[in-house]
Ligand binder design. Sequence first.
Ligand code: 9MG
Length: 260
Amino acid sequence: MGILNVTPDSFSDGGAYVETERAIAHALAMAEQGAAVIDIGGESTRPGAAPVDEHEELARVLPVIEGLRAQSDVFISVDTIKARVMREACAVGADMINDVMALQAPGAIEAARDSGAAVCLMHMQGEPRTMQSAPVYGDVVAEVRDFLQARVEACQAAGIDRNRICLDPGFGFGKTLEHNLELMRRLNAFVACDLPVLVGVSRKSMFVKLHGHDDMDSRIHASVTAAFWAVTQGARIIRSHDVARTVEALTLASALTDSP
Ligand code: 9MG
């Protein structure tokens, strides 16, 4: 899953049309490099990020989804927590809803159900503005897994088929480095839920804490290594900024783990 952020800091040096065209070109390049899914988001979920108005988010993501759909059959995911954005994104071509709030916002579960799209349910403790201030768990793996299982049940009760759902422990979303490492070590607890597991660790600040220094090269290297580990533990979808390098690592993982 290639990441396409359409936020002001990502493609903003031309007018709206130029930005849209550049975003679509980047999505097509990631698909060419081997991304099976493009995840398009118009609201940053980074620690400390401020919420974005619904109209602004729609204006950012809809032209990109529509334009990409017109040029490619690649599976399109919309990264949003808002019901209206889910509905409108799916109406113009999104195939999947990636929700860091696991469809808990008002109307989200109904929007996902009605769209017929696949959904990614992610765990987050708190909310992006404050989530990294002091995350606390007893057993992080059990708590995250129980939360995700409860959300799967809520989805099924609302009419979303189980075979449309994938699960994501939410690395970095209200978790310390040690919580993230424990989730990674025990990823099999999520794989055992018998739904595809998505892992998103790309370029995250957990690697800065682990290495004790911050440079993009180290972050990318660690992200690709973590992706390799995750797929060997049974993860099925890796969310990544660095598609070509990640695809190479996953090709090696498959070659080593698939029987000839
Ligand atoms: C939007 N977004 C940012 N990080 C993410 C992650 O780890 N997983 C998912 N599903 N979405 C994410």
